[in-house]
Design a protein around this ligand. Structure first.
Ligand code: COS
Length: 385
């Protein structure tokens, strides 16, 4: 089902992550979701499998995989459980990614080896209470203290994945560092270690979805970092954040594709076993047509996502395709989870059945890392509107 043309190495990687997800994650997923628990032993095991630092070069302790290989890891995890996939996607794309792509040699040597083990997490501090879709509207500031040669950060961040658990090692924080000649805020990125004096990281609870992933709310009160904690150049912050999100969209798309496949497979299996009116429900057109629509959309989503990955790998402009893949895979995931739940009927409303969790987890995909509306805005800019 959903065959792909890929190298033997990629198929082996896919199969090993699938086996891990089915044997190690699947038995725990419902309980972790119910308890809203971020599972450290499971995170360590994902580290042992090499799922952290996937795209980081081997010279910094990473796996040195290409983007497609990383994407299929996320997809295979999400087929079983979005929470664990989210930990991996956020860490690789948003945490280690910008450090690897924009960090100085010293920053990379300092942080990346630990971040490739599964024992340390790095997070991406962009969103604020009043700066979500409008990511330039950050209010967090960083003021340079000439006397101590330090930046002093004040402000807050919200909904930051991997930022408030025992494994959090640091956060890349976007802050205002001055005014640009055109009157807009100058934004810069800082590498802020956790713990730091003046920094409070609070886990956000009572989430509807991704309940076993860690989400944090951060408060900065005169947090001091040295001058060399700046990522890239002063004033490059927004561009770094935007380029990071271009990459991140591919991993959210992979989460959508994986979830859609997971929902489809659960539904197909159930529809073959469940009988009504004297036959398995998959033999009723009302159900078989749902499965046909799911399968068709999954094939289309897969092609779009893998094309975007190929473009990125070949150094071609992939940003429009990444936004399209993020948008489309999210919509396909939600469609498959909803049609799956509908097929399960009353059982689909019970936590005993994984389709219920997949239905809730799908909702994040059209909101996180740029809403579906933002993806449409990005796409419409690229197509010349
Ligand atoms: N790559 C590199 N640079 C980019 C870029 C990208 N993808 N997108 C924008 N930029 C640059 C622009 O070139 C521009 O540079 P100059 O100031 O030098 O001209 C600058 O960033 C501002 O661009 P623009 O004016 O287009 O920004 P907007 O404020 O209009 O915002 C959107 C653009 C809406 C696309 C952006 O705010 C966005 O992506 N919002 C969603 C944020 C998001 O996903 N949040 C969720 C995070 S959860 S981890």
């Amino acid at each position: 089902m959903f065959q792909v043309e890929e190298s033997e190495e990629c198929t082996m990687l896919r199969e090993s992550v699938r086996k891990f997800a089915e044997t190690e994650i699947s038995p725990l997923a419902a309980q972790l979701d119910r308890d809203e628990e971020f599972c450290i032993p499971l995170t360590h095991k994902m580290g042992e499998l090499g799922l952290f630092g996937t795209i980081v070069g081997t010279e910094y302790g990473g796996q040195g995989l290409d983007y497609y290989s990383y994407i299929i890891c996320v997809e295979e995890l999400a087929r079983v459980d979005s929470s664990q996939a989210a930990t991996i996607a956020a860490h690789n794309s948003l945490g280690a990614g910008p450090l690897y792509y924009f960090g100085s040699e010293a920053q990379k040597k300092k942080y990346l080896p630990g971040l490739s083990t599964g024992k340390e997490l790095w997070s991406f501090g962009l969103t604020e209470a009043e700066a979500g879709s409008d990511a330039q509207a950050s209010k967090t500031t960083a003021v340079y203290d000439v006397a101590t040669a330090e930046w002093v950060i004040n402000g807050s961040k919200l909904w930051i994945t991997n930022s408030a658990c025992e494994l959090t090692k640091g956060i890349t924080v976007q802050a205002i560092t001055g005014k640009r000649p055109d009157g807009r805020n100058e934004l810069s990125c800082f590498l802020v270690p956790v713990p730091s004096p003046g920094l409070t990281c609070r886990a956000m609870k009572d989430k509807m979805m991704w309940r076993a992933s860690n989400t944090g709310e951060l408060f900065f009160s005169d947090v001091r970092v040295p001058a060399d904690a700046i990522l890239g150049k002063r004033g490059d912050g927004f561009e770094i954040m935007m380029q990071t999100l271009d990459n991140g969209r591919l991993s959210i798309a992979a989460m959508g594709l994986g979830l859609a496949k997971g929902a489809f497979l659960l539904t197909l299996q159930y529809a073959k076993e469940r009988r009504t009116f004297g036959k398995p429900i998959c033999q009723h057109q009302a159900v078989s047509f749902k499965l046909a629509d799911m399968a068709m959309r999954i094939e289309a989503a897969q092609e779009l996502l893998y094309k975007a990955c190929r473009f990125k790998q070949q150094g071609l402009a992939f940003q429009k395709l990444a936004a399209m893949a993020k948008l489309y895979c999210s919509e396909v995931a939600e469609f498959c989870a909803r049609e799956g739940q509908q097929t399960f009927g009353g059982y689909g409303l019970m936590k005993e059945y994984p389709i219920e969790r997949l239905y809730r987890d799908a909702a994040l995909l059209r909101i996180g890392e740029g809403t579906s509306e933002i993806q449409r805005l990005v796409i419409s800019r690229y197509i010349g509107c």
